[in-house]
Design a protein around this ligand. Structure first.
Ligand code: HEM
Length: 273
């Protein structure tokens, strides 16, 4: 990364003058984030960290989400069939991927519900950290019933566990631990009850991209394969916390297109950390 940073600083060194700037832009004819950053941030270390701040959150997160979707679908197989029916009803030519528009992908509610329910039950972003830059009082969360204010002194780090918000029975009901995509048919939750991408000014800028990529890949897979099977003798999700929340055991599944000998459906997997 440092080599790229130095090159970008060199190439943009006279970016205030037009010669090198136009060389940078002409060479690829694309908007290159690094070059745009380098025009404003001249300190190599700051520039490196600004760049890492974009790359790190993208590393593995969408892949972890997709893996978690396959994990859930292999254990709740009727949703695979439902998604497949939706996918096959679309006028889609696999030889012409652009026959699926952005708005069509966005409109596929069964897909959105499966992705949302996976983000809720096994979301890749498990922990959010914030450090108080000044003495701060949070309006709620303190006292025996959690309704009193909480004082957070300057420098103290607060960790919010999205897993707990997404499994809170007061918000999601007694079946909060179950994988039930149909719960989304009642419409979206309040903004701060479902926070897989967080919210506010630091909300994940890639959430549309993630939803579209996940929908597209899932759509291609359910079109291709008639069924999915779990091939892991451990039913529960055993969590591995890295950049994203991943399955420690990987995702062992089989996919096929003729009727298999199916293991009987089992109930929703518990999560063990
Ligand atoms: C399933 C996939 C993803 C999930 C669940 C997710 C979730 C999140 C969350 C919760 C945050 C806020 C973190 C915080 O403020 O502490 C965040 C920030 C961010 N995400 Fe994502 N993300 C995903 C994929 C991606 C991808 C693919 C990219 C880039 C292509 C990306 C780029 C970013 C960036 C740049 C930030 C920092 C924004 C800022 O600090 O203002 N994310 N993401």
């Amino acid at each position: 990364m440092d080599a790229r940073v130095h090159r970008a600083l060199e190439l943009t060194s006279t970016s205030i003058g037009s010669k090198v700037e136009s060389h940078v832009e002409d060479s690829s004819n694309r908007y290159v984030l690094l070059y745009e950053l380098a025009k404003e941030i001249r300190d190599p270390v700051s520039l490196r960290f600004e760049l890492i701040n974009v790359f790190l959150p993208s590393r593995d997160t969408t892949a972890a989400l997709l893996s978690n979707i396959f994990f859930q679908l292999a254990r709740h197989r009727k949703y695979w069939t439902q998604l497949r029916e939706t996918a096959l009803s679309l006028p889609f030519d696999p030889a012409e991927p652009s026959s699926l528009s952005f708005s069509t992908l966005k409109s596929l509610l069964p897909f959105r519900h499966v992705i949302y329910e996976t983000l809720r039950t096994l979301g890749p972003a498990g922990r959010i950290f914030r450090t108080a830059r000044r003495d701060t009082t949070l309006p709620r969360g303190g006292g025996p019933d959690g309704r009193a204010p909480v004082f957070v002194p300057r420098g103290v780090t607060v960790c919010s566990l999205t897993y707990h918000i997404h499994h809170d029975k007061d918000i999601w009901g007694t079946d909060a631990d179950e994988f039930l995509p149909e719960r989304w048919e009642q419409g979206p939750k309040n903004a701060w009850q479902f926070v897989p991408f967080l919210g506010g000014p630091r909300i994940c800028p890639a959430q549309q991209q993630v939803m579209i990529q996940a929908t597209y890949l899932l759509l291609r897979m359910v079109r291709e394969f008639e069924w999915i099977q779990n091939r892991d003798e451990v039913w529960e999700y055993v969590e591995l916390q890295r950049m994203a929340v991943e399955s420690r055991r990987g995702v062992k599944i089989a996919l096929g297109s003729t009727s298999p000998v199916c293991p009987s459906e089992q109930s929703s997997p518990a999560v063990s950390s």
